[in-house]
Design a protein around this ligand. Structure first.
Ligand code: M6P
Ligand code: ZN
Length: 190
């Protein structure tokens, strides 16, 4: 029996997706070693474990032909000079794409390939970004308010975090003189 069509509601201001099946929370302790300034990370974790981002999903079959649907909120803030961001990932099936739609706040989409290509796109409310197959992707909140975006990707895409955990991203986004600045990641290895 095939699945029946169904509606959902997406609140364009809050990103709330209803109904959704699960909300995942990523605190600083879930992202150890991902921010460049490990000393700042250690100092913050001594006192606190700030919420970096959360994302809500509708559980749909992880199968070819279906889609996955999620909204993500990255809270404003920095670890050292580096803005709050998602872990970032390649897809487990690397030949699959993704679409991000900016809803609230301001941020930046960082993308890279294993061959060492790099691209970034500024995302504001209404920006639709297309991430083609083979591009790893991470979102960064460069503003002072929550950064909220909507994502759609193939049902069987899956997540590969391991490669990003090993190499990091080619470039990182830091605040310099009150403004975002993209710099080479001194720890990046091809
Ligand atoms: C978006 C989508 C999800 C992803 C989430 C958080 O909603 O890309 O697939 O899980 O952001 O990003 P990450 O998985 O990199 O932590
Ligand atoms: Zn993805």
């Amino acid at each position: 029996m095939s699945m029946k069509p169904f509606p959902m509601n997406l609140n364009f201001k809050t990103g709330e997706l209803t109904p959704n099946d699960r909300t995942n929370i990523r605190k600083l302790s879930d992202m150890k070693g991902m921010f460049l300034d490990s000393e700042a990370e250690r100092r913050i974790l001594e006192k606190d474990d700030p919420l970096i981002y959360s994302f809500s999903e509708k559980v749909l079959p992880e199968e070819n032909g279906h889609l996955q649907i999620a909204t993500t909120t990255i809270h404003p803030g920095k670890i050292g000079d580096e803005y709050h961001m998602t872990k970032g990932h390649y897809h487990r099936r690397p030949d699959t794409s993704e679409m991000y739609l900016g809803l609230e706040g301001e941020g930046c989409l960082l993308m890279q390939t294993v061959e060492g290509d790099f691209e970034s796109i500024t995302i504001r409310p209404g920006t639709v970004a297309y991430i083609p197959p083979y591009w790893g992707h991470r979102m960064v909140n460069t503003g002072r308010t929550p950064y909220i975006f909507f994502a759609v990707y193939p049902g069987d895409a899956g997540h590969n975090y391991g490669d990003i955990e090993k190499t990091g991203f080619l470039k990182i986004l830091i605040e310099r003189n009150g403004k975002p600045l993209l710099i080479d990641n001194p720890r990046w290895k091809k």
